[in-house]
Unconditional design. Structure first.
Length: 688
């Protein structure tokens, strides 16, 4: 089974090479090369999911050394329980995205075929890494592939933002992440330069080195995970979406960044860290959870809305990781295991339902011609299967029981409520604030999902194009229904999942798994409250069936469809046979009360009621939006450096097949050269 670790990245790199040469060599048997590449990515992703399940069942796969890398730190691949958990997410989401792309990207040009398998290969390499050098190599290749994916997007893909601007911003955040993570790995390696996970685990950082590692890893991995205040690239990337692969950036790439954070800080950071070790993660996670959910309830573009929702869910995972680190430092192993289980469950659920909702947004844009909420409506009649899948995904993102998003949030709240056992007053105040913010973020996230699904799929059509929307083709429906089924299945069976991931829980908490997990229920302790999702689902089903039977008994006549109420407005003119869009609730109308209460204080919004120009008899119209990054506070030399890097990235443009391959292998050569130039005895350099 060790040899199987090398096979998936190699197959994905072969698919990337096939995509790069698509314009020169014809595909076999007349099959379009785009379908061959996307179908191959789906097949390899299915193999990754199967490999992850086998590794979780067997407790991991031994590391295998590769004939690559510097002499003192050869590349090594392995699979333990923690990496297998996130590899399962990559396999499932990659399978759905590959099936979706098989149908919708079957005629994509060769320029856009290279980054997709390269992105999957880089994420797989990051998760299969058994040493810090391979981990950073895969993480860097993932950033390069994501940038190439953005740069290769067609100009007409964006609505409200250009793909070039998104690529420039993403490149800046990726360079910042690399500048933080590379020295952090060097500090963890120490003078001996042993970068293997086993060596780093045996010699965790101490003293000022531990402080420096925490100060570098949190912003470095947090930038790619979309944590506040380093989340600026996610809202810019989604309007430039040009295919299903963009669903993998918030859905899988952000959880992979959270995996890097958990690996370096919790697993390799050691159990002897002080109590404050997890406090910065808790603060960053709570802030990201609230601000991401709040902004998701304000956005009009469905892609940006879902990207902001992903920021909120990544914040909840980070909050759970920080809580686990603090509780294990206080020698509260069972509570630390509970927080670690919450982080793992919510990371898996978040990746799957975020990928589902982003694929739904892409299908809605293809069918209805827009992702703007004020141009959609009534799609439940034209696209019933897509609407049902979107409803299940939105309900899971809203943390409604018994779907997948509820179990992780419930475990997190139980761990927060039990953290009063830590006697430090400052920590108890921090836990109280994080509990309130976590509950607020879940409520704001539920409101955002209600606004998203209600405006997009209910009501009346808000535009002529919406009337012509058609149901998704069978392959797309299969991909969406598979992810929707996983949202239900994972929500009904959190107990078996936690028993399967007991090794990952132990790696994060230092406690042997969640002992109170059972096939039908999850309990924080033997004397605590119990969550049994399957009996709850049966009870809710019986209650719903009883209400339907009561309705039929009280009203035996068949239902009749009548004209919709227009809120007292006059009848629409003849040229609007589908009704006047102004008489329906709008996206801003839903968001304005919440924005007036909270967004001015928390969300960094700008707004007002500017008066009309002179001699204009029209009314003053409100203007709302979110403030950009505070460029005025950046020192002059940094602003100049940023402009030069952005101009250089703009000159590069979208990489072609040859340039893409040069970028990928050039990154590997550059990292090897930098390590070779380090003097002997330096952290990360060769041993003397």
């Amino acid at each position: 089974m060790t040899a199987a670790l090398v096979l998936p990245p190699c197959l994905l790199l072969l698919l990337a090479a096939a995509g790069a040469l698509a314009g020169r060599w014809p595909a076999p048997a007349g099959l379009p090369m785009a379908r061959l590449v996307h179908g191959g990515c789906a097949a390899v992703s299915a193999g990754l999911a199967l490999l992850a399940v086998l590794a979780l069942a067997q407790g991991g796969v031994a590391a295998a050394l590769l004939p690559l890398g510097p002499p003192w730190a050869p590349l090594s691949l392995g699979l333990d329980a923690l990496s297998a958990w996130f590899l399962l997410l990559l396999g499932l989401a990659g399978l759905a995205a590959g099936l979706f792309a098989w149908e919708r990207e079957g005629a994509a040009p060769p320029r856009r075929l290279l980054p997709c398998p390269l992105l999957l290969a880089a994420m797989a390499l990051t998760l299969l890494a058994a040493d810090a050098f391979t981990l950073l190599l895969g993480f860097g290749l993932m950033s390069v592939a994501a940038w190439a994916l953005l740069a290769a997007a067609p100009p007409e893909a964006g609505e409200g933002a250009e793909a070039g601007a998104a690529a420039r911003h993403y490149l800046g955040f990726a360079l910042f992440a690399a500048a933080c993570l590379v020295p952090a790995a060097g500090l963890m390696g120490g003078p001996a330069g042993d970068l293997s996970f086993a060596g780093l685990r045996n010699a965790p950082p101490q003293g000022w080195v531990a402080v420096a590692v925490l100060a570098l890893v949190l912003p470095g991995a947090g930038a790619m995970a979309g944590l506040v205040p380093l989340h600026g690239w996610l809202p810019l990337v989604q309007p430039a979406a040009a295919g299903p692969a963009f669903a993998l950036l918030p859905g899988v790439a952000a959880p992979v960044a959270l995996y890097v954070m958990a690996r370096l800080l919790l697993d390799l950071g050691g159990l002897g860290q002080p109590l404050w070790w997890g406090a910065p993660l808790m603060v960053a996670g709570a802030a990201s959870a609230v601000l991401g959910a709040l902004r998701a309830g304000q956005e009009r573009d469905t892609g940006v809305l879902l990207a902001c929702s992903a920021i909120g869910h990544a914040g909840l995972v980070t909050l759970a990781l920080g809580l686990a680190a603090t509780l294990r430092a206080a020698d509260l192993g069972p509570l630390a295991a509970l927080a670690a289980a919450a982080a793992l469950l919510h990371a898996l659920a978040h990746g799957l339902f975020t990928t589902l909702l982003l694929l739904v947004a892409g299908e809605v844009r293809h069918a209805a011609g827009s992702r703007h909420l004020d141009r959609l409506g009534a799609l439940v009649h034209a696209m019933p299967v897509v609407a049902l899948c979107a409803l299940l995904g939105a309900a899971a993102a809203a943390a409604l029981p018994p779907l997948s998003g509820f179990a992780g949030g419930w475990l997190l709240l139980q761990a927060l409520l039990g953290a009063w056992r830590v006697g430090e007053l400052g920590f108890q105040l921090l836990v109280a604030a994080c509990t309130a913010l976590a509950a607020l973020s879940l409520a704001l996230g539920a409101a955002a999902m209600l606004r998203f699904w209600g405006l997009a799929f209910l009501g009346r059509p808000r535009g002529p194009r919406t009337l012509g929307a058609q149901e998704a083709p069978p392959v797309v429906r299969a991909a969406l229904m598979g992810l929707a089924g996983l949202a239900v299945l994972l929500g009904l069976l959190p107990g078996p999942l936690l028993m399967l991931g007991s090794g990952a829980i132990a790696a994060l908490s230092g406690h042997p798994g969640l002992a109170e997990a059972a096939p039908l229920s999850v309990s924080p302790s033997l004397r605590g409250s119990d969550y049994a999702p399957l009996p709850l689902a049966v009870l809710l089903g019986l209650l719903g069936a009883g209400l339907v039977a009561l309705r039929h008994r009280l009203s035996p006549l068949p239902s009749r469809r009548g004209p919709a109420w227009d809120g007292g407005f006059q009848a629409p003119p003849p040229h609007l046979p589908f009704g006047d869009p102004a008489t329906q609730p709008s996206a801003d109308g839903f968001a304005r009360p919440l924005r007036r209460m909270l967004a001015d204080m928390l969300g960094g919004t700008r707004g007002g009621h500017p008066p009309p120009p002179p001699h204009d008899t029209g009314p003053a119209r409100p203007e709302d939006g979110f403030r950009g990054p505070p460029r005025g506070r950046v020192p002059g030399f940094l602003a100049t450096l940023w402009e030069r890097l952005a101009a250089a990235a703009e000159r590069l443009g979208g990489p072609g097949p040859r340039q893409g391959l040069v970028l990928g292998f050039g990154t590997l050569a550059l990292l090897l050269l930098l390590l070779a130039l380090l003097p002997e005895g330096m952290p990360g350099g060769p041993a003397p």
